[in-house]
Write a protein that binds this ligand. Structure first.
Ligand code: GTR
Length: 410
């Protein structure tokens, strides 16, 4: 059963320059025509579908059709991973014709806990960077040149285990969590102007409609394909899936969570502009919509480009994307020196998403009223954490992810 909310959107939406200018983040419960919903039912039946449609049309592009079926083929399984602490498995996921991309999903399962809650998310440079296990498949698709062991944009065995700190499997298994991750480039390579990956499966030129599926949307859709598979695995607790990702892949984690209610907890780590940071902001150190569109033109759809010159015309802000996760827990994690990702702006986004959560019968407050001090988890349903240091994901971040999930999933 594909539980992803499908979007029926037929109304004509105005071009970006015909939208009204709004200086503040639009209220998540206010419809495009100005009416405000104030019941859970109107939110779920009217405003939530509208908001999902607006994010597709103006920012991430169309959510692609769900595959008929996602099929998994186990490539290897080692039941004695890390001296028997866990099981390591790699699974090839097929979800279309033979010439379509495939996902290579690396699964680490704690041997002592079945079914286990499971983190799911994309990695930047291939599964083989996350463990030195020699059975892990060497990716054959395009790779960014600066990743360990990459030669002429292809992965080599030199990379094995070189980024094991980013997804610390041993630490995660020790706390009874499972991990499911795959290389983002399995679905769509992280570069513009190429017809590769899922984009190459489309009949027309992808940049013509303005609302063409952009890379971050393809990635989020890929995560949903992995979720389809995870729900068939009896060693995983399908009610306890946590989506996580760092930076551009954190933007993806938030979008994936906002569009798929099968995901129980959403953790965009240092996701910044286009993720959990506001598009409207005055932080001189933080990334802007104009800048992100210029540097990464493939991440967002054509319509989004128009907002670089005037973000006040956006009919939503990123508080709307967080609101789409309601009432599920969302944790925003940040680092003090990573001002590019706008940590303080992200806290404002979190607060401005709260009205959607308050429609539900859940304990109050749903969000803290002030940003917590450094190294102090604000464990609310809309949670927040900021540590000292830089733009990175590592063991200390995973500790916080798991502390938060212990609270919400046990
Ligand atoms: C930066 C980009 C950010 C963030 C980051 C990353 O260059 O400006 O939005 O996505 O890359 O993914 O590490």
């Amino acid at each position: 059963v594909l539980a992803v909310t499908s979007i029926a959107w037929t109304a004509e939406l105005p071009p970006p320059d015909k939208l009204p200018s709004r200086l503040d983040m639009p209220h998540p419960l206010e419809m495009l025509d100005g009416r405000r919903v104030n019941t859970r039912q109107d939110w779920e039946k009217q405003r939530r579908p509208e908001l999902r449609a607006l994010f597709q049309h103006y920012m991430y592009g169309e959510y692609p059709a769900r595959p008929q079926k996602v099929q998994g083929r186990v490539l290897f399984e080692d039941a004695q991973f890390l001296n028997g602490q866990g099981t390591l498995r790699e699974v090839e996921l097929t979800f279309g014709p033979d010439d379509w991309p495939k996902i290579y999903l690396l699964l680490a399962l704690p041997n002592g806990r079945t079914p286990a809650p499971c983190f799911v998310g994309l990695n930047f440079g291939g599964n083989h960077l996350l463990t030195a296990h020699e059975k892990v498949r060497m990716p054959t698709v395009w790779m960014p040149g600066h990743y360990p062991g990459v030669v002429q944009n292809r992965a080599t065995a030199e990379g094995r285990g070189r980024q094991a700190n980013v997804w610390p499997l041993e630490q995660i298994l020790a706390r009874g969590y499972a991990v499911a991750t795959f290389y983002c480039g399995d679905i769509q390579p992280d570069r513009p102007h190429v017809r590769e990956g899922m984009r190459a499966t489309l009949p027309e030129r992808p940049t013509e409609t303005g609302r063409e599926t952009a890379t971050i949307m393809w990635w989020a859709w890929g995560i949903h394909n992995a979720v389809d598979y995870l729900l068939t695995d009896s060693r995983i607790d399908g009610r306890k899936l946590i989506v996580v990702g760092h930076s551009r892949l954190g933007k993806t984690a938030l979008l994936a969570g906002a569009f798929d209610e099968r995901i129980a907890v959403v953790i965009p780590h240092q996701s910044g502009c286009g993720g959990a940071a506001p598009s409207r902001h005055h932080n001189p150190k933080a990334e802007t919509v104009a800048r992100i569109n210029a540097t990464f033109p493939h991440w967002f759809c054509g319509h989004f480009k128009a907002f670089g010159a005037d973000v006040t015309r956006l009919p939503f802000d990123q508080n709307g994307l967080v609101a789409l996760c309601a009432p599920r827990p969302v944790l925003l994690t940040n680092a003090e020196e990573d001002q590019w990702a706008n940590p303080a702006g992200q806290f404002e986004v979190l607060r401005a998403a709260a009205p959607a959560y308050e429609l539900y019968d859940v304990p109050r407050p749903v969000v803290a009223d002030k940003m917590p001090p450094l190294n102090t988890l604000s464990p609310e349903r809309l949670g927040y954490f900021i540590r000292p240091g830089k733009h990175s994901m590592g063991p200390e971040d995973w500790k916080v992810f798991m502390d938060y999930c212990d609270k919400w999933l046990r």
